[in-house]
Design a protein around this ligand. Structure first.
Ligand SMILES: NC(=O)c1ccc[n+]([C@@H]2O[C@H](COP(=O)([O-])OP(=O)(O)OC[C@H]3O[C@@H](n4cnc5c(N)ncnc54)[C@H](OP(=O)(O)O)[C@@H]3O)[C@@H](O)[C@H]2O)c1
Length: 322
C-alpha cells in the first residue's frame, strides 16, 4: 500500500458495477482492494485491472460477506481504507413469495443488509478516528418503491438507501461523506443470478455498468447525497414515480419483475394502461420540477455540510456528469 495514494475497497468488485468502480478508481490513480467470494473471478478481475492501471496496487480478498466471519476477515485484511464502495449485493425473484426460496432470501438479507451494516460499522470507526473518508452504498431504484416478485430484494435496497442517507447526515461532522447509488437495470450478472432472466426487467435493454460506475464516482467525489444510475429515462421515471402512492409504485414495479410465464392470479390494483397514462402525465408534469428541486436541495446540502477536503487525486476520478 502506497502511503500517498488513496486506497479504495470495493465489495463485489469482481464483476458488474463493482468491477467498473474498481477499474475506474485504479485508472484514476487509487490503490484498490476488491472483495468477493469466487477466488478465480477475483484474480481474473484483478489481472484485468492491473493491465489497465499498472502503476497502482490491486489487492484481493476472498470472503463471504453474508457472514460475520467473512466481514471480520475482510476488515482485518483491508488495512487503511480511504474510500469504501459497499457494493456487493444479490437479488432474488423468478416467482411470487409462495414460490421463491426462503434460504436464498435470508442469505440476501444477510448480505445486502446485515453485511452492509457490519462492514460499515468497522470501516466508519476507522475513518472517524482519522477524521476523513468517503462511502458509496449501492442501493437501487428498486429501493424507492415496493417490489412485487422481488419484495425481499426491494426492501433490502430501501434499507440501504435509508441507512446511507441517515449515516450521511450523522457522519458529516466527523469528516465522512456518504453517497447512495441507485442504479436502474444494468447489464451485469445480477438478473441471471437472481433467477430473473424470465422477466421484462431481465430481458430489457440495460444500462452500461461503465456509465453507472462513472456516475457513482462523480457523485461520491462531488459529495452528493445520492445519484440515480443510467440514462435520463431512469432519472425522469424515478423522479415521477416518487410522487405516486405505494400501491401504484408496486404495480409499476411488478410490470418489470413478474415472470412472463407467471400463471398466478390477481394483478391487483391499476391495470397497465392506467399505469402507463399516469406515468406519462405524471412524468411530464413532475419530472422537470422534481429534478430541479432535487438539484437545488443538493446544492443547499453541499453548502451546509462540512465537506472533507478533496485530495487532488480524488478529483480526477471520472468525468463530471450534470
Ligand atoms: N444490475 C442491476 O440491474 C442492478 C440494479 C440496481 C442495483 N444493483 C446492485 O448493484 C450491486 C452490484 O451488482 P451487479 O449488478 O454488479 O451484479 P453482479 O455482476 O452479479 O456482481 C455482484 C458482486 O457481488 C459479489 N457477491 C455476491 N455475493 C457475495 C457474498 N456473499 N460475499 C461477497 N461478495 C458477494 C459477487 O462476487 P461472487 O461472484 O464472488 O459472489 C460480485 O462481485 C448489487 O448490490 C446490486 O443489488 C444492480
Amino acid at each position: 500500500m502506497a502511503e500517498d495514494r488513496p486506497r479504495v475497497l470495493v465489495t463485489g468488485g469482481s464483476s458488474g458495477i463493482g468491477f467498473e468502480l474498481a477499474r475506474q478508481f485504479a485508472e484514476a490513480g487509487h490503490d484498490v482492494l476488491i472483495a468477493a467470494q469466487d477466488v478465480d473471478k477475483l484474480e481474473q478481475a484483478a489481472e484485468l485491472i492491473r493491465e489497465r492501471a499498472p502503476e497502482v496496487e490491486i489487492d484481493t480478498v476472498a470472503a463471504d460477506l453474508a457472514t460475520e466471519q467473512g466481514v471480520f476477515e475482510l476488515h482485518r485484511a483491508a488495512g487503511r481504507i480511504d474510500i469504501l464502495c459497499a457494493n456487493a449485493g444479490v437479488g432474488s425473484g423468478g416467482g411470487d413469495f409462495t414460490e421463491t426460496d426462503l434460504q436464498k432470501e435470508l442469505e440476501l438479507i444477510d448480505l445486502n443488509v446485515r453485511g452492509q451494516v457490519h462492514l460499515a460499522k468497522l470501516v466508519v470507526k476507522d475513518m472517524a478516528e482519522r477524521g476523513e473518508g468517503r462511502i458509496l452504498f449501492t442501493s437501487s431504484i428498486a429501493g424507492i418503491m415496493p417490489g412485487p416478485f422481488e419484495a425481499v430484494y426491494a426492501a433490502s435496497k430501501a434499507f440501504v438507501r435509508s441507512f446511507g442517507e441517515g449515516l450521511r447526515n450523522e457522519l458529516a461532522p466527523k469528516g465522512i461523506g456518504v453517497t447512495v447509488l441507485m442504479p436502474g437495470p444494468t447489464e451485469t450478472d445480477f438478473f441471471h443470478r437472481a433467477g430473473m432472466d424470465n422477466t421484462p426487467a431481465g430481458q430489457m435493454e440495460k444500462d452500461d455498468p461503465e456509465l453507472v460506475a462513472r456516475q457513482a464516482i462523480d457523485a461520491l467525489m462531488a459529495d452528493k447525497h445520492a445519484v440515480i444510475g443510467g440514462g435520463l429515462k431512469n432519472k425522469l421515471e424515478t423522479s415521477a414515480i416518487r410522487l405516486f402512492p405505494d400501491p401504484v409504485k408496486a404495480q409499476a414495479h411488478r410490470s418489470q419483475t413478474q415472470p412472463v410465464d407467471y400463471e398466478g392470479e390477481g394483478k391487483g390494483g391499476l391495470g397497465p394502461a392506467a399505469i402507463g397514462g399516469l406515468f406519462f402525465v405524471g412524468a411530464l408534469a413532475a419530472a422537470g420540477t422534481a429534478v430541479w428541486l432535487q438539484n437545488r436541495q443538493e446544492e443547499a446540502d453541499g453548502r451546509d455540510r462540512r465537506r472533507p477536503e478533496a485530495k487532488a487525486d480524488f478529483e480526477v476520478a471520472g468525468q463530471s456528469q450534470s
